[in-house]
Design a protein around this ligand. Structure first.
Ligand code: ATP
Length: 277
């Protein structure tokens, strides 16, 4: 009989096989960031392949949002980031946010940043603003793609974004990011403030993006939910990636989840990195 752990491992092997054959989209190395003189991220390294869902889990204040903002070039005034961010082999680390978006990177920030008095449809169209301005004809196809992925947004397309439920707002934030037709979708804590069932629904919809070749980088405090949907995971603690591994393997190791939740104090045995103390 197959145990849960065996099934997890089988699923991990399957994701690993898929991952190994897919093209490498994004490779980050030596990425560090600081707010003034205070370091928040130290020498982070990670990679993403087409169609893969990669999660970065870690406790409050570990530097997860900083990692995404540094990758996007969206650090606040007074903050600085350095390191290499290669998108399809090209170093984008010196590019402005807009150029990174045009290359195919898209971030859904933790605060979602919707225009609450505007309709669902107009919020979506804002996500395609650049593509429309550049005279790209396919942006309406992308809207149909978003509506197919999130039928609830289609039902509510004329409704003001401010009248949506928390889950629907998160769907709209993801949908708006998808309107830019990204190849790498970065999500900052999509589960924040949502009921577990809604989180599950949204993550399961996001997992459908695999078949389109879009790679998803999912930053989450909710490790269980994130590891259930991801192919591969990294654990970020105090600004440093302390270990990584196939998501099924991480999820089967209770110490990882407990450590992430701040309960266990045992060292982890997965791919342990040499982290300076
Ligand atoms: P959370 O889940 O709470 O958002 P996180 O893992 O995303 O946590 P970050 O928000 O990246 O962590 O924060 C990492 C560290 O950087 C924290 O110590 C935080 O206080 C600090 N920090 C974040 N933003 C700023 C800022 N704008 N100015 C100064 N320090 C900041």
């Amino acid at each position: 009989m197959m145990t849960a752990a065996t099934m997890m491992n089988a699923a991990s092997v399957e994701s690993e096989v898929r991952a190994a054959s897919a093209p490498l989209l994004l490779e980050v190395s030596g990425l560090s960031a600081r707010y003034g003189k205070v370091p928040a991220l130290t020498e982070a390294a990670l990679s993403l392949r087409a169609g893969q869902i990669v999660t970065v889990i870690g406790p409050n204040g570990a530097g997860k949002s900083t990692l995404l903002n540094a990758m996007m070039g969206a650090m606040p005034a007074g903050a600085a980031a350095s390191g290499r961010i290669a998108f399809q082999g090209e170093d984008v680390s010196q590019m402005e946010v807009e150029e990174r978006v045009a290359r195919g990177l898209s971030l859904v920030p933790e605060k979602r940043e919707l225009f609450t008095s505007m309709s669902v449809e107009d919020n979506l169209l804002l996500g395609a603003y650049k593509r429309r301005r550049n005279g790209e004809s396919g942006y309406l196809d992308q809207q149909e793609f978003v509506y197919a992925l999130f039928p609830r947004l289609k039902e509510r397309r004329k409704q003001a974004a401010g009248t949506l439920s928390g889950g629907e707002r998160q769907m709209l934030a993801v949908g708006r990011a998808l309107m830019a037709k990204p190849q790498v979708l970065m999500l900052d804590e999509p589960s924040l403030g949502l009921a577990p069932l809604i989180t599950k629904e949204i993550l399961s919809i996001i997992s459908q993006l695999r078949s389109t070749g879009v790679a998803t980088l999912l930053v989450e405090q909710n490790a269980r939910a994130a590891l259930q949907v991801a192919d591969y995971g990294y654990v970020l603690e105090m600004g440093e990636i302390v270990c990584e591994g196939p998501a099924g393997v991480l999820a089967a190791d209770k110490r990882i989840v407990e450590s992430y939740l701040g309960v266990a104090r045992e060292p982890v045995e997965l791919i342990q990195r040499n982290v300076s103390s």
